[in-house]
Every structure is written in C-alpha cells, then in structure tokens.
Design a protein around this ligand. Sequence first.
Ligand code: ADP
Length: 275
Amino acid sequence: MTARIDPLPARTEDGVILLVSLHDLTSAKRAEQMRADFVANASHELRTPLSTLVGFIETLQGPAADDEEARVKFLAIMQQQASRMARLVEDLLSLSRIEMNEHQPPTTPIEVVTVLRHVAQTLELKAAARGMTIDFDVADERVRAVGDADELAQLFQNLIDNAIKYARPNTPITLGVGPSRRVKEGVAIKVRDRGEGIPRNHLPRLTERFYRVDTARSREMGGTGLGLAIVKHIINRHRGQLEIDSEIGEGTTFTVHLRSSIPGPATAPGSKADD
Ligand code: ADP
C-alpha cells in the first residue's frame, strides 16, 4: 500500500528540506500503517482461540452439561486454546520488551556455546519425541560473543524449536559455531535442519510478524507466528546479522552473526589498544 502524501506548505524554496520532509512523512505513514496492521493481526490471533473457548464454555453450560465424554474432550481443547493464547501474549510481551531496549546494545562478551548447549538440553526431549537428535559442530567451546545471555537463549530456543517443528521427523539438527564471514572477527552460530526447505519467494518475509509459510501447519505445531520476528529484533539489538539459506528437499540453515567485541574509539598510530 502506498501512503498518500499531503501537500506541504509550498512556501519554502529549499528543495532539499522539502524532499527530507516528504521522506519523513512517507516513513511515518508507513510506520503508522505497520502498527495498525500489527494491532489488527494480534487482535485476530487472540480472538480466534477466545471465540473457541467461549463456544465450548456455552456448550458445556447448555447442551453438553450432562455429557461426561464431551466434557473431557472439550476441556482438553479448551486447555489447548488457552495455552495458545498464553504463548501469544508471552511472545507479544517479549517482542515489545526487546524493541524497547533496541537502542541499547549489550556490551559484555559471553560464552555462546554454553548458552547454546543449555538451550539444546531443554529441547532434547521434544526433539527425541520426533525421532530427532541435536548434534554439535563446535571448534572452540570458549568462543565469546558480545551478548545478553537471556536474549540469546531465547533466540537459539526459537530457531531450534522451529527446526524441531518443521523439519522431517527422524532427521538430525546440527548446531555449528565458528568464525563469521560477515561480521569482522565475529562469531557465526548455525542452526541447520534436514527438512523440506522453504520456497525462495517466502524467505524475504519470513521474519515479519505473523508471517507463516503454512498457517495450518504452524498452528498445528503450536506456533504463534512471532518466533522469527523476535529473533530478528534480538539480532538487531545485538547489531548482528541473520542469514537464511534453504534448499527445497535438502533443509534450512539459519546463521546468526554476532560481534565478538565492541568497536572501540580509533587509536592513534603507534599506540596499543587495551585487550
Ligand atoms: P511460527 O510460530 O509459525 O513457527 P516463526 O516466526 O517462528 O513462526 O516462523 C515463521 C514461519 O517460517 C513458520 O510458520 C514456518 O512456516 C517457517 N519456518 C521457520 N523455521 C523453519 C524451518 N526450520 N523450516 C521450515 N520452515 C520454517
């Protein structure tokens, strides 16, 4: 959608100022539109399980009041829908918290492999339930990246969880850590699956809020549609980069590039920077 630009008071003769103002107006309108779309999408996502819950409550209070079999079945569905709403609210809160801090990048180096191993451990059972293993390919256990341990844990959790949800059962997931080819002296963390792969045309939109390749499958797997948006915002806050490579029939690799140090002030020639 193209936002309509209202004519500015055309008294200024300074074309540059006019151009800058038009540019600001366009991006302000685009931001406003995106916010409106986000609220509409979030409301819709919450309303769907809510309507289901209300429907089942009414049925249990009315026609199925004395039906024990229906009661057990309906309560299980209601629990599922309530959990879905809880996950959605949790993800919405995470997203807004990360966005609020985005102008303040983390400053301390942490051991990324320790965080990655911890997250992998919490997801091992879920992977095993689909016949999947989580394997490591790490050259240096002690490698450090500048980051917030909780946020990076959430980022790795979202990527590994997606690999478990969307890759073929009985295939391995590989977590690789090595030098980054994109961020100078940085660290690259790879989450690789052997799933169906993602068609190329979806890749540029994958990190948009509520964007899904297959909505029914995402819902069936308990997805909120916010996992990769959260990943993108965490990476933005870390001033890192996200790379997505996917081959149909082969699988998908998400690579997170992080800085291993914070660029310091330029040092005078001949002087030695502190470690
Ligand atoms: P969701 O909650 O739906 O998983 P995400 O933002 O985490 O939302 O992911 C967006 C969409 O990207 C998913 O619905 C899925 O279609 C696709 N996707 C994410 N990760 C993978 C993957 N490893 N393999 C295939 N598709 C994936």
